[in-house]
Design a binder for this molecule. Structure first.
Ligand code: NAD
Length: 483
């Protein structure tokens, strides 16, 4: 099996290769086979991409916004038409099962292109009357934006950053994760097929060093990173040196709180989605599942049964519900957290091992009797490992849910509406759910508080993060000067 792209990079409307760059092998997580090889961007490639973006952005910003939007809408339609092909590529890039990629990746990317394509022509400033004089404001693009992606949602992340950047008149240089370099190249191809002028959406490959070179280049106005907290700290600091705009979409250890009046099957369904979807490799996962003591045994019993019924296997088989984690290193990391969970006294309910055979499969794993101080309750694992913690009262669970340096997401399951809103109102997190989990439509702002990030993606909120305001004071009378 091969998924070799035409070349490693996509710059100024065309595929570009530079074999001088260090090789990056793309490994299919379900088999361990190498399916493609790309090369890291050399300084020459990075320079080429930034120069193309800076040049193209000037004309793009002057285009009628409705015309910019129309191109994004066309790209959205192509993504939908080619959903199967793109989903198969997403599966090869990440190992996520086709059952998921067919509904959650190119389709989510298409939603973003459609939403921001439609929004492009609605952007306006305001006028501020000052008696005789007045001020008007203009929403202007930032310029060249750099997007840096994580490996769990390579198509979605590229679209969630690229669509608003382009809609509002910016250019983008996107660096996918070195673990999943393939999907963003396809997106660049499709955007250009839809009529995007050359140079506006460029893809360069590389590891952290290439990301670092992009973040510190003086031509760059903004950096949007999706990644871990340690990387976020470095990228935020590097961007601060040049006083660049940033969006940071970072990690989490989010609470999912189940009260004893909840619909128990729904709550279990939410907890499973929030821990096992994409083999647990979702930033907003509710990995600390707080269950009120009265329903604990019933909850664990049904959770075990339903978890053991998850169909693991070949991601290309549409009946498969859970695939491997992304690579061998991630599998080792997840298995080591499982060992730590056991060693620190958490009770293993189900799972806890890798599958024999090829590929990087880890069983969906549930620990009960987890306490707040255990490592598996404090650190982001990014794998299919659920920690169930007990609680008694509402005030207690709110305090414990907030006792973390992260603040990405949170969920509450209860039939008591007042309690649901009261609890969510006190939780320190950016993206929350009541009686649902992990749904992230483009219409809703997405992002974290505390160490989980700054800024928001998607929704009308993205406008704030891909434009800047110019305010223009207009004097309508004689200049009142004392000199
Ligand atoms: P990572 O932090 O290892 O890498 C993210 C990206 O940053 C990669 O493209 C990497 O090459 C690049 N990078 C690394 N060092 C850099 C540097 N010094 N300068 C510039 N770029 C650098 O993250 P990952 O392992 O790819 O992804 C998993 C993490 O991402 C998890 O913590 C997860 O929670 C988080 N995540 C967050 C969101 C969100 O929207 N909040 C979404 C998905 C994933």
């Amino acid at each position: 099996m091969t998924a070799q792209p035409q070349a490693s990079h996509f710059i100024d409307g065309a595929y570009v290769e530079d074999a001088e760059g260090a090789p990056i092998d793309v490994v299919y997580a379900a088999t361990g086979d190498t399916i493609a090889r790309v090369h890291e961007a050399t300084p020459a490639i990075i320079g080429q991409a930034l120069a193309a973006a800076a040049r193209a952005q000037r004309d793009w910003a002057r285009l009628m916004p409705v015309e910019r939007g129309r191109i994004l809408l066309r790209a959205s339609a192509i993504l939908r038409e080619r959903n199967r092909e793109l989903s198969e590529l997403e599966t090869l890039d990440t190992g996520k099962p086709l059952q998921e990629t067919l509904v959650a990746d190119a389709t989510s990317g298409a939603d973003a292109l459609e939403y921001f394509g439609g929004m492009a022509a609605t952007v306006t400033g305001e006028t501020i009357p000052l008696g005789r004089d007045f001020v008007y404001t203009l929403r202007e693009p930032l310029g060249v934006c750099v997007g840096i992606g994580a490996w769990n949602y390579p198509t979605q992340i590229a679209c969630w950053k690229g669509a608003p950047a382009l809609a509002f008149g910016n250019a983008m240089v996107f660096k996918p994760s070195e673990v999943t370099p393939l999907c963003a190249l396809k997106l660049a191809e499709i955007l250009h097929e839809a009529g995007l002028p050359a140079g506006l959406f460029n893809v360069v490959q590389g590891r952290g060093g290439v990301g670092g070179a992009l973040v510190t280049d003086p031509r760059v106005a903004k950096v949007s990173l999706t990644g871990s907290v340690p990387t976020g700290r470095k990228v935020y600091a590097a961007a601060a040196e040049g006083v660049r705009h940033v969006t940071m979409e970072l990690g989490g250890k989010s609470p999912l709180i189940v009260f004893d009046d909840a619909d128990i099957e729904d709550a279990i369904g939410g907890a499973m989605l929030g821990n096992f979807y994409s083999a647990g490799q979702v930033c907003s996962n509710g990995t600390r599942v707080f269950v009120q003591r009265g329903i604990k045994d019933r909850f664990l019993d049904r959770l075990k049964t339903r978890t053991e019924a998850i169909a693991m296997g070949d991601p290309m088989d549409e009946a498969t519900q859970m695939g491997p984690v992304v690579n061998a290193a991630q599998m080792e990391k997840v298995l080591s957290y499982i060992d730590t969970g056991k060693a620190e006294g958490a009770r293993l309910i189900t799972g806890g091992a890798r599958l024999n055979g090829p590929g990087f499969y880890v069983q969906p794993t549930v620990f009960a009797d987890v306490t707040d101080t255990m490592t598996i309750a404090r650190e982001e694992i990014f794998g299919p490992v659920m920690a169930v913690l007990d609680f008694d009262t509402e005030d207690e669970v709110i305090a414990r849910a907030n006792a973390t340096e992260f603040g990405l997401s949170a969920g509450v399951f209860t039939r008591d509406l007042q309690r649901a809103h009261r609890v969510i109102g006190q939780i320190e997190a950016g993206s929350c759910w009541i009686n649902a989990y992990n749904l992230s439509p483009v219409e809703a702002p997405f992002g974290g508080s505390k160490l989980s990030g700054v800024g928001r993606e998607n929704s009308k909120a993205a406008l704030e993060h891909y434009t800047q305001i110019k305010s223009v004071y207009v004097g309508m009378g004689p200049v009142d000067s004392p000199y």
